[in-house]
Design a protein around this ligand. Structure first.
Ligand code: SAH
Ligand code: SF4
Ligand code: F3S
Length: 432
């Protein structure tokens, strides 16, 4: 038998890309490739890219520049570009960087083995009729007790700043029976927590199944202990999903619900289709169902036309909610989006607003972590800690927790009492 070929994958961007990278590794595994940790060691390098902000996109080109000496020394090295930049730029990537051998979009990576073998075109950014999931091998490469499961892809929302509807296409939900089968399979392989993924995961509609129905059916799988989902849109937080947060114990008390801005004028210009007040009312209903839920969000500062008053309204909304954490970004104009036509704000304004917003979020994050001290929560051990006798895992509320537990094993779900909080993690002792 010939020696296995080695594949190095670098993943940028969101969890959907993390999931896709795993599936691409498996697809290539069926053609004899095994994963390796360095590009130097590899026969093939695959860059799974993100197009969401300019910085993310440009990373691809700086990484490709760095691969040039390697390709010169090893002309047989295959270099592939996958993901959202691949979808957005296609052939242009090879024109700009001729060292790239193939370009594959997020909907066609099941064809990757044939592309590598030279039996399919080297650039494939179609949105094909067939479902890539029907053509992918079963998931074997799993490590650890947690897994992602993509249930929905694409977005029909067309926020004025965002490339996702163009790079990932229209909203498509995977059939529920397939998802239940995939989930059971994951659980048989030792997975105890599944995070359901979608660009708009709460817009999930598999036939007449809503996301809430999917969550409830998944919760019936023995051995699956925890369910999460991300990313949600405020307008798709339907009653049945909110109710599930109140009465489905396996659905964890954590929700990422991006709002982007607290100013109605800016929300309108962003085409978010809801007001700050409507968002706050959704939050109120979620908290009524599950009072201890930890909420996180995404914010964009310095969207075109944003005034000091608009920015102040965003800070007010943040104060009104009290977040456990948030991702915040300076607005980045993306080619082809409506907002890119509008004049941008000065960089200093964007920098100052970002700093102010992040300082407020950090305060809130610390307050939420501090409030956990003394409480009892569940922790799923994901790895052994750096200190002797220490285990590391996530709490129900998705806080990183360090637990003193010399007898602990990866994959155990334990009860702990939180004893301390630092900026990014909690300390705890095991009680059950
Ligand atoms: N579907 C999710 C988010 C996907 S993109 C949602 O609707 O919330 C992840 C985050 O990137 C967004 O929430 C937004 O905060 C940020 N983002 C998207 N486009 C951006 C842009 N052009 N500039 C800056 N941040 C952006
Ligand atoms: Fe982008 Fe808006 Fe769709 Fe989220 S909802 S992926 S921000 S267009
Ligand atoms: Fe980036 Fe594409 Fe995800 S643009 S954030 S990798 S959907």
């Amino acid at each position: 038998m010939s020696e296995a070929k080695k594949l190095f994958i670098k993943t940028y961007g969101c969890q959907m890309n993390v999931y896709d990278s795993e599936r691409m590794a498996e697809a290539m595994g069926a053609s004899g490739y095994v994963l390796t940790d360095t590009a130097e060691d590899a026969d093939m390098v695959l860059l799974n890219t993100c197009h969401i902000r300019e910085k993310a996109s440009e990373k691809l080109y700086s990484d490709l520049g760095r691969l040039r000496p390697l390709k010169n020394a090893k002309p047989d090295l295959k270099i592939g570009v996958a993901g959202c930049v691949a979808q957005a730029e296609g052939q242009e990537i090879i024109r700009r960087m001729p060292l790239v051998d193939l370009v594959v979009g997020p909907q066609t990576y099941h064809r990757l083995p044939e592309m590598v073998a030279g039996t399919a075109p080297a650039v494939d950014t179609e949105f094909p009729l067939e479902d890539k999931f029907d053509h992918l091998p079963k998931r074997k490469a799993l490590r650890g007790p947690t897994a992602f499961l993509t249930v929905q892809e694409g977005c029909d929302k067309f926020c004025a700043f965002c490339v996702v509807p163009y790079t990932r296409g229209a909203e498509v939900s995977r059939p529920p029976e397939r998802l239940l089968t995939e989930a059971r399979d994951l659980v048989e392989r030792g997975v105890r927590e599944i995070t359901l993924l979608g660009q708009n995961v709460n817009a999930y509609h598999g036939g007449d199944w809503t996301l809430a129905k999917l969550v409830r059916e998944l919760a019936r799988i023995d051995g699956l202990e925890r369910i999460r989902y991300t990313t949600s849109h405020p307008n798709d937080m339907e009653d049945d999903l909110i109710a599930a947060h109140g009465d489905e114990p396996k659905l964890m008390p954590y929700l990422h619900l991006p709002v982007q801005s607290g100013s109605d004028r800016i929300l309108k210009a962003m085409n978010r289709k809801h007001t700050a007040e409507q968002y706050l009312r959704v939050i109120e209903r979620i908290r009524a169902a599950r009072p201890d839920i930890v909420l996180t969000s995404d914010f964009i500062v310095a969207f075109p036309g944003e005034t000091d008053a608009d920015h102040a309204a965003t800070l007010d909304l943040i104060r009104a909610v009290g977040y456990g954490a948030a991702f915040s970004f300076k607005y980045s104009a993306r080619p082809g989006t409506p907002a890119a036509e509008k004049p941008e704000l000065p960089a200093e304004v964007a920098d100052a607003r970002l700093q102010e917003l992040q300082a407020l979020i950090t305060q809130q994050q610390q307050a939420v972590q501090q409030a956990m001290v003394g409480r009892e929560v569940g922790v799923l051990y994901e790895k052994v800690g750096r200190l002797p006798g220490q285990m590391v895992g996530k709490s129900d509320h998705l806080h990183a927790v360090h637990v003193d537990d010399p007898a602990g094993r990866v994959g155990e779900l334990v009860r702990v009492r939180v004893t301390g909080a630092s900026t990014n993690s909690l300390a705890a002792v095991r009680i059950g």
